[in-house]
Design a protein around this ligand. Sequence first.
Ligand SMILES: *Cc1c(COP(=O)(O)O)cnc(C)c1O
Length: 387
Amino acid sequence: MKRIYLDHNATTPVHPEVFEAMKPYFLDIYGNASSVHEFGRKARVALEQARESIAKLFNCSPEEIVFTSGGTESDNMAIKGAAFANKSNGNHIITSAIEHHAVLESCHSLEQRGYEVTVLTPDAKGLISPDQLRQAIKPETILVSIMHANNEIGIIQDIPELAGVAHDLGVLFHTDAVQSAGKIPYTIDQLGVDLLAVSGHKIYGPKGVGLLYIKKKTNIRTLSHGGSHEFKRRAGTENVAGAVGLAKALEIGWRDMESETTRLNRLTSAFVNGVKNRIDDITIIGDQENRVPNTVNIAFEAIEGESIVLSLDMKGIAVSSGSACSSGAVEPSHVVLALGIPGALAQGSIRFSFGRHSDEADLDYILDVLEKEVARLRSISPLYSAK
Ligand SMILES: *Cc1c(COP(=O)(O)O)cnc(C)c1O
């Protein structure tokens, strides 16, 4: 059976060039980057080259890049690290209702330690406005965490504006940029953030590696203690192969961004038009102008998203409903709900996330299967009566 992967926001395959770049650091250059001998020195050189190449892309200094185990750790380090280090300045944190669980749960854990968290609700398109943020900032506010591109609906926030508001009022700004890396051209100075999280496996790099950008002089508390690795920001033997892979993945992401953006925009537009033409009673979720080119989220009335996921899977097509972290539980996506979509409709929302290997030639097959399966599920749904 044909297998079509439309779940690139959950994870991506490692790019062959990334795999090739990493290989020597498993087999030959396996030294501990902290060892003083030749084996260690060679590993150290690779690690620092990876850091430098990322710093060049981001237009920041290499000392501002800390390698981590992924997006989740980077978000935890940024939010808890900033909260703990700045406690004497206040205990208030602001985030948004459409964040990834890595951010929401980090904030939640701080609430249990006596911090106060304000969760901003986006408008119907999924956007947080600068005014809304300005009004939420209080004298006690120490950190704002708002994501760059959303993993479920693809919406892009105006990070330069939002970070500007926070800085005007002397507040640190963190952004989860896991879904924007390689999809939106940016440098750190353009975004104007203090902290920024990236993950390898969302951008055709390896799983289990990520980074946190920490602007020079930003006060954050170290969460993991041990050796003096990563500028004493994160203890633990460095994942040299992972860092090399992450750097390569970012380099390829930036290198191919223009052509991939054009290709994916065309592909997802054709997909959306196809769905609109063939299937009634659907809602396209979120702003269609302001989204990353690979992500489309559609709610199908009167069916459970989970049923669509399983039906499509039987036909070889991989998509997701809600966020991968909560699949298993049939709960509507917290992101779709935050846009004011009613619960029943949100239940039927599906994320289609296209990627490098998504082929226009597969579109007809995808649309055929989707049309047929939605019709079949609706024919057995007590909730559906065709208009
Ligand atoms: C996947 C994802 C994360 C978590 O990254 P991991 O490397 O899987 O821990 C965080 N934020 C967003 C927006 C994501 O899509």
